[in-house]
Design a protein around this ligand. Structure first.
Ligand code: IPE
Ligand code: IPE
Ligand code: MG
Ligand code: MG
Length: 275
């Protein structure tokens, strides 16, 4: 997504998140060069959307501590960053820049980018606080499940043997983008209440809705640049249908608890009038 969302919301302290993230990497990656590459990948201006969403879920999850919130945020940001480093590689999207700066393989080497992605993926569960082993195990398993789904979606997207359709678009999007947002929205509730609790399930549903709206919004915004891509939603739905679909999924009863959701909804509503 090109434009950036505002970063201030009541339960989110970005400076605190950045400082804990750096301390985590410094502790877990002692080799100076590898550490430098990993920190470069983590600090090129990402919006920290997923950790921010976890922080915003706190009022709905009584008992979720600050430490646990940041631990979950670091874990998901590590997985997200891994996905972007590998997504940019020449064998994938072959992008030279991300967030206006050289991609990791351009700034360093392809080997560096591959291994920086690998280490971020394998580090992620270590960020989960271990004082509550039962919760940590369930959450680590869910993170694994969501990351696996993201990779399945990435692979599905690269499968040139099949053509694009509405159904394929929905499935790929659900896997590729939706599952990490599902984790972000529901991880706090899962941590405290467990996977079967209605709040966890409702938040997971909101996460999927957010992922869908996020993707559609991206395509609506990017129509001038990649309008001819068969993966663009506007090649399968009219602009009006896409806009309605994206706004509708953001009317979930828990939406009002999340400034992130409110911001996305208002940005979709403000998009150019339907031609
Ligand atoms: C971009 O996600 C990748 C997709 C899922 C489409 P973000 O827009 O959250 O990326 P950053 O971290 O803020 O750059
Ligand atoms: C980014 O996907 C990676 C994942 C969602 C896992 P895209 O290739 O669609 O997004 P950008 O444009 O590179 O951020
Ligand atoms: Mg891609
Ligand atoms: Mg890409």
């Amino acid at each position: 997504m090109s434009a950036s969302l505002p970063l201030n919301s009541p339960s989110w302290n970005k400076a605190e998140f950045e400082s804990r993230l750096n301390a985590f990497i410094e502790k877990e990656v002692p080799e100076p060069r590898l550490r430098e590459i990993v920190l470069y990948a983590l600090h090129t201006g990402g919006k920290r959307l997923r950790p921010r969403i976890i922080a915003e879920s706190r009022p709905l999850v009584s008992g979720l501590t600050e430490d646990e919130t940041y631990g979950l945020g670091i874990a998901i940001e590590c997985v997200h960053t891994f996905s972007l480093i590998h997504d940019d590689l020449p064998c994938m999207d072959n992008d030279d820049t991300r967030r206006g700066q050289p991609t990791v393989h351009k700034k360093y080497t392809e080997t560096d980018a591959l291994l920086a992605g690998d280490i971020l993926f394998s580090l992620a569960p270590l960020a989960l606080k271990e004082e509550k082993p039962r919760f940590a195990l369930s959450t680590a398993q869910n993170l694994s499940y969501c990351a696996t789904a993201m990779i399945r979606g990435q692979h599905d997207e690269t499968d040139m043997t099949r053509s694009w359709s509405k159904d394929r678009l929905k499935t790929t999007q659900h896997l590729k983008t939706g599952m990490l947002f599902e984790f972000a929205f529901s991880a706090g509730a899962r941590w405290v209440y467990g996977p079967q609790h209605p709040v966890t399930q409702q938040l997971a549903q909101l996460g999927q809705g957010f992922g869908l709206a996020f993707q559609i919004f991206d395509d609506l915004e990017d129509i001038e640049q990649d309008g001819s891509s068969p993966k663009n939603w506007l090649n399968h739905f009219s602009r009006q249908e896409a806009k309605i679909m994206a706004t509708r999924v953001l009317t979930h009863p828990f939406s009002d608890h999340f400034l992130t959701v409110q911001e996305l909804r208002s940005r979709i509503e403000k998009l150019n009038p339907i031609p």
